[in-house]
Design a protein around this ligand. Structure first.
Ligand SMILES: Nc1ncnc2c1ncn2[C@@H]1O[C@H](COP(=O)(O)OP(=O)(O)OP(=O)(O)O)[C@@H](O)[C@H]1O
Ligand SMILES: [Mg+2]
Length: 406
């Protein structure tokens, strides 16, 4: 952006007295103070304050730096060719956000905006170059100084200081005012970029959500078709297989629908995700109840999260199917924990019938265990069975990064 107008020759009204201004010690102290205030403003701008806060803070610090009672930030409204008082200090109630001045060349602010040249008017009562706005007259303003405020590509408006006192604005006051305007201009530009980026991210997240929702709807349709087909067969084994396939497909659809995106669209909190999918699975486990114990703050890539969801689905389905009787049901405990700096664990435990003595996780022939093994491999995870006096527990240890655990 072209923020600096330091090289511009200021439009200064003629000094009728011809006296040279006092540039003594007080002036030097003022200069140091002004530098400090500019630094303070720079810090505020860097801290990422909101635009309104930034405008008000600039007005406050600028008025302080120039020892004046009034300061305002005028925003250019092209549709009406006016400069709206967007923020400021010292003004009567009802001015900020409401009052405006013309943006034409006859107005000092308009002149600064159009030409990029700073304007100093130390004697408004004798001003012949520009008209004095009603706003200044109503507030008894005697002197004013205007500089352009650059924005994102085009000027945002004008920064103006005004005073009732008989003192005079000097060249170095102008340098301070332009310095404040330049810092604010950069902050405005950054804020607008940020706003645009946030807007783009929100749109991106919305589209991803919509896409996953459609994936879910498509998969539910496939599942419904398989269920219809299952009903057509007299063979109970085939019917069972078809409806299990339908359940798995419907579950995958739900896992997609549950993907949510924060600021980081590629990663998600696995504890929160598992919590969401357990809520969905509660509908499929009959009399059983899924009890969760999940830590937040473990982030994994989205595709790995889906693989984890598929494993959890198989383990919960098995617990509901084999651990308890259909009529009575029981609790299925799902835990996501982090007891290792490089990995986290997901465990699914029940207090039911337990596994057969010769059960070998890695040799089990069922599709469920093969799905668990295949996705565990994809995740570079280690799967294990823990024995308990009652029930069964499956523990999957998953590396935080895709690299295999040592
Ligand atoms: N929580 C559990 N409690 C008791 N037995 C279990 C449990 N989980 C799994 N099993 C046993 O392990 C076997 C293998 O499970 P797996 O999920 O691979 O196959 P399945 O459930 O029989 O079939 P599929 O998953 O293809 O529908 C099961 O048949 C069951 O005997
Ligand atoms: Mg199974």
């Amino acid at each position: 952006m072209a923020a600096s107008n330091d090289t511009e020759t200021p439009i200064v009204e003629p000094n009728p007295s011809g006296d040279s201004p006092d540039t003594g010690i007080r002036a030097l102290q003022d200069r140091i103070r002004q530098q400090e205030l500019l630094a303070e403003l720079g810090v505020t701008a860097l801290q990422g304050a909101s635009l309104d806060q930034l405008l008000t803070e600039t007005a406050r610090l600028t008025a302080k730096g120039l020892r004046v009672e009034f300061c305002k930030i005028l925003e250019h409204i092209p549709s009406s060719n006016r400069l709206l008082v967007r923020a400021g200090v010292g003004w009567d109630a009802g001015v900020i956000g409401v009052a405006s001045v013309g943006a034409d060349l006859e107005s000092p602010a308009g002149f600064a905006l159009r030409t990029g040249k700073p304007v100093i008017s130390n004697h408004l009562e004798n001003e012949e170059r520009f008209r004095t706005s009603d706003l200044l007259k109503q507030h008894g303003i005697r002197r004013a100084m205007n500089v352009i405020l650059q924005g994102d590509g085009k000027p945002f408006g004008v920064l103006e200081v005004d005073s009732r006192s008989h003192d005079e604005f000097l060249e170095f006051d102008l340098a301070f005012l332009q310095g404040a305007a330049n810092i604010l201009g950069m902050a405005i530009e950054r804020e607008r970029h940020e706003r645009r980026l946030t807007g783009a991210l929100e749109k991106h997240q919305f589209l991803l959500k919509e896409m996953n929702h459609r994936v879910k709807n498509s998969l539910s349709m496939v599942a419904s078709m398989l269920n219809l087909q299952a009903r057509d067969h007299a063979n109970p084994e085939l019917t069972g297989h078809l409806s299990e396939a339908a359940n798995r497909i419907a579950a995958i659809g739900k896992f997609y629908d549950r993907l949510s995106y924060g600021a980081d669209v590629e990663r998600m909190d696995i504890g929160q995700y598992v919590s969401a999918i357990c809520k969905d699975l509660n509908e499929n486990v009959g009399q059983c109840e899924i009890v969760t114990d999940l830590v937040d703050g473990i982030f994994v890539e989205t595709d790995r999260a889906i693989a984890i969801a598929l494993i959890v689905n198989e383990l919960i389905t098995n617990a509901a199917k084999y651990a308890y009787s259909n009529e009575v049901g029981g609790k299925i405990f799902v835990k996501v924990g982090r007891d290792n700096p490089d990995a986290f664990t997901i465990s699914v435990r029940d207090e039911g019938a337990g596994l057969a003595r010769d059960f070998d996780l890695h040799k089990a022939k069922g599709l469920g265990m093969r799905i668990v093994a295949a996705f565990a491999k994809q995740l570079n995870a280690i799967s294990a069975v823990r024995s308990h006096e009652i029930g069964a527990e499956f523990v999957i240890t998953i590396p935080l990064n895709a690299a295999p655990l040592l």
